[in-house]
Design a protein around this ligand. Structure first.
Ligand code: 13P
Length: 340
């Protein structure tokens, strides 16, 4: 298959009406944190058991078009011995892989971070592709402060994202481009809009410089929300209005899909915000969807508690959350549906 056709068919399967992406790509330290909250030790086996639970959820493909896996999961098997990437692909869900190696402080830009992992990336991607991955994810992180992110940080992070995306496309792997503006802080929603606009503007400028084909990327965006310690909170309608305003200013119409991260919003908030976005969007040029980690998995972890007897109930919790977000893709979600 030519690279162009590979990219095209992956995008066609990933960006689908009514569906979104499950992010199950937590690094070992993050997984340890999530497990600690339910008193489970994070080991290779406990991570395998948990991810196996997620990925064997019956009928998940009704609302999930892609799953982002962590490197370790690519080589693990379900309880019946089937490789987990194959479990995913057999359901008609596209397997993907997180490929960045986390962040480090950026020299000469105090308060800004920069993501590691470009060295050797092409070789790693070729290996992941052999294991079944058809798309990748790379996350750059921006904290909002009085002096952050700096212009230097914004430009350097954009350059790294574009280099990653260009390498992915050269190998027929669809890049998810994720510039995450963090929720931490007491900044206003207006400040979040200002920062996110500058960040995404720089990202698309860099993607253009690196000749990345926008038709074959997915933007993983953060919503425009006030800092989590801000005095003035915002309702979904305001979040949707400001997020759409920012996206229209920054994201070219060639981009097929924008899949939001949940970033610390509760599952209910993340669904209500996505719903408001789709209700307000009219015929926007992009599909507005989800690529949630915590907002899909929190109820699953709480139900599972590491007990095999709870697997069915935990899978029901995942299916329910995916279904509600599927409804939010059409602007058809209402809070009452939480109780059904
Ligand atoms: P959250 O939805 O928990 O923010 O995770 C999504 C993700 O993959 C961040 O990179």
């Amino acid at each position: 298959m030519s690279i162009q056709i590979e990219l095209q068919s992956t995008i066609a399967e990933l960006v689908v009406t009514g569906k979104g992406i499950l992010a199950a790509d937590e690094s070992h330290p993050t997984m340890a944190k999530r497990f600690k909250a339910i008193n489970i030790e994070s080991t290779e086996e406990s991570r395998r058991a948990y991810r196996s639970l997620l990925l064997t959820t019956p009928d998940l493909n009704e609302f999930i078009s892609g799953v982002i896996l962590f490197e370790e999961t690519l080589g693990q098997q379900a309880d019946n011995g089937m490789p987990l990437p194959k479990v995913v692909a057999d359901q008609g869900i596209v397997p993907g892989i997180k490929v960045d190696k986390g962040t480090l402080p950026m020299a000469n830009a105090p308060g800004d971070l920069i993501t590691q992992g470009l060295d050797g990336l092409a070789d790693r991607l070729a290996g992941y592709k052999e294991q079944g991955a058809r798309f990748a994810k790379w996350r750059e992180v921006y904290s909002i402060g009085v002096h952050n992110p700096t212009q230097l940080g914004i430009e350097a992070n954009a350059e790294v994202l574009a280099r990653y995306a260009a390498i992915c496309q050269s190998l027929g792997i669809v890049p998810i481009v994720e510039p995450e503006v963090l929720l931490d802080g007491d900044h206003s929603i207006e400040r979040c809009l200002e920062v996110t606009e500058a960040v995404q503007h720089a990202v698309f400028h860099a993607l253009h410089r690196h000749r990345v084909e926008l038709e074959f990327i997915v933007l993983k965006a953060s919503m425009i929300v006030p800092g989590k310690d801000a005095q003035r909170k915002a309702v979904p309608d305001e979040i949707a209005e400001k997020t759409l305003k920012q996206l229209r200013r920054s994201v070219p119409a060639a981009v097929p899909g924008i899949n939001f991260l949940s970033g610390g919003q509760t599952p209910e908030e993340a669904t209500a915000n996505l719903n408001a976005l789709n209700a307000l969007a009219g015929n926007s040029p992009w599909q507005l969807s989800f690529s949630y980690g915590r907002a899909l998995q929190q109820p699953v972890l709480q139900t599972w508690q590491g007990n095999p007897e709870n697997i069915k109930a935990a899978q029901t919790a995942l299916y329910k959350r995916a279904k509600l977000n599927g409804a939010a893709r059409y602007g058809n979600y209402s809070a009452g549906m939480e109780k059904e």
